[in-house]
Design a protein. Structure first.
Length: 406
């Protein structure tokens, strides 16, 4: 990473840890055997798969045989959802939330078109799920509940333990998208009432193109990809051995650094939040301040556009995000902030900073010193200065700009 680059977009993707690269290199060069082959040369690859499976399981507090390797978090989510639904075809009710990652949210919207009744649970102005609303939504037709462990935009940690317990009481399978949570907070699948849990390697310093799905022993399962016998018949296709090895190494490193995530990284995040709120008037933190990931800060600045902020930060060598990397091409405020009821004048100016264990105090100092100047410059030319807080996208009645919206 260049010394001039300040990378604070780790919820979008992370840099490859040096130890992870070192672990995978032999399997990109000399140890290229197919783990399904019978000769000794291939046995090295199979042993590497077994080791990586144990490393992933150890981070999750699971058993190795409960881990299925996939290509990414999205595949893991889709595999879990479709598997659970196909195992109970007579039930046509699916429960999820309005603040899910597109990997699950779009699935819910698709299932509606396929004849399912889908309940999209709302959130309050802090992004919190109502357990009462969830309990009312559960019924005898519910085939599956899917809820993220932690929100990718705000960092909110959802009450998955309580939700899972209610699912168990009603005999409903429970899927959790834990892509943002794994490696940042401690998990123990042996104690959690979760049937399926998805993770992605590139969120915890492994490469892109590798993920995993935890499938609780005894949970109903139908393969998403059919073909060969790989992954004990649960996911066909030759395993990407270098990436699998990398995921295992990354999980082993994450287990060593969980305490750092929740002390050092949290302290840097809190320092950045404190300084920005003190230096920039009319700025607010989005999400639950008491129950969120230790690395995530989502903050809104009134009367400015998030895209303009990001462009100016980019000129300074600072990488951040205006929301999910999977939806950042949209000029609309994020669906998460809209679900929370964040006023348009704030939601449009939201920025997400997501730190990692490689983030330094000097980088936080640089952002804290630079961003107030950026906001001052943008507010001086902002077309949103005359908009009321309850304005909506396209509401130009009080706007002084001369854009194509009229």
């Amino acid at each position: 990473m260049s010394k001039a680059l300040v990378y604070l977009d780790n919820n979008a993707t992370t840099g490859l840890a040096p130890e992870v690269l070192e672990a995978m290199l032999p399997f990109l060069k000399d140890q290229y055997g197919n783990p399904s082959s019978m000769y000794r040369f291939a046995g090295t690859a199979q042993e590497a798969l077994n080791k990586a499976r144990s490393q992933v399981a150890a981070l999750l507090g699971a058993q190795p045989e409960e881990i299925v390797f996939t290509s990414c978090g999205t595949e893991s989510d889709a595999t879990a959802v479709y598997s659970a639904l196909r195992a109970r075809p007579e039930k046509k009710h699916f429960i999820t939330t309005r603040v899910e990652h597109p990997a699950v949210l779009s699935l819910g919207q698709y299932l509606e078109k396929q004849g399912y009744t889908v309940t999209f649970l709302g959130v309050d102005n802090k992004g919190r799920i109502s357990l009462d609303e969830f309990q009312r939504a559960l019924n005898k037709e519910t085939a599956l509940v899917s809820m993220m462990y932690a929100n990718n935009e705000t960092g909110n940690i959802h009450p998955v333990e309580q939700v899972g317990a209610l699912c168990r009481e009603h005999g409903v399978p429970f899927h959790v998208d834990a892509v943002q949570a794994v490696g940042k907070i401690a998990l123990n699948m042996a104690a959690l009432p979760i049937d399926y849990l998805a993770l992605s390697g590139h969120k915890l310093h492994a490469p892109k193109g590798i993920g995993a799905l935890y499938v609780r022993r005894g949970a109903p399962f139908r393969p998403f990809l059919r073909g060969g016998h790989q992954e004990r018949g649960r996911r066909a296709g030759t395993e990407a051995v270098p990436n699998v090895v990398a995921l295992g190494a990354a999980c082993a490193l994450a287990a060593q650094h969980i305490e750092d995530e929740n002390t050092t990284v949290r302290a840097l995040r809190d320092e950045l939040q404190k300084r920005l709120l003190a230096a920039i008037p009319e700025s607010v933190v989005n999400g639950d301040p008491e129950n969120r990931l230790p690395n995530t800060l989502n903050i809104s600045f009134k009367y400015v556009e998030g895209e303009a902020i990001l462009l100016m930060l980019d000129q300074l060598g600072i990488c951040a995000s205006s929301g999910s990397a999977c939806t950042s091409g949209s000029l609309e405020p994020s669906h998460v902030l809209r679900a929370m009821g964040v006023p348009f004048t704030y939601a449009h100016g939201s920025i997400r900073f997501s730190l990692s264990r490689y983030t330094t105090r000097q980088e936080i100092d640089f952002v804290a010193e630079s961003l107030p100047k950026v906001i001052d410059r943008l507010r001086a030319i902002s077309p949103y200065r005359n908009l009321p807080d309850d304005a909506a996208p396209g509401d130009c009645a009080a706007c002084s700009c001369s854009c194509s919206n009229g």
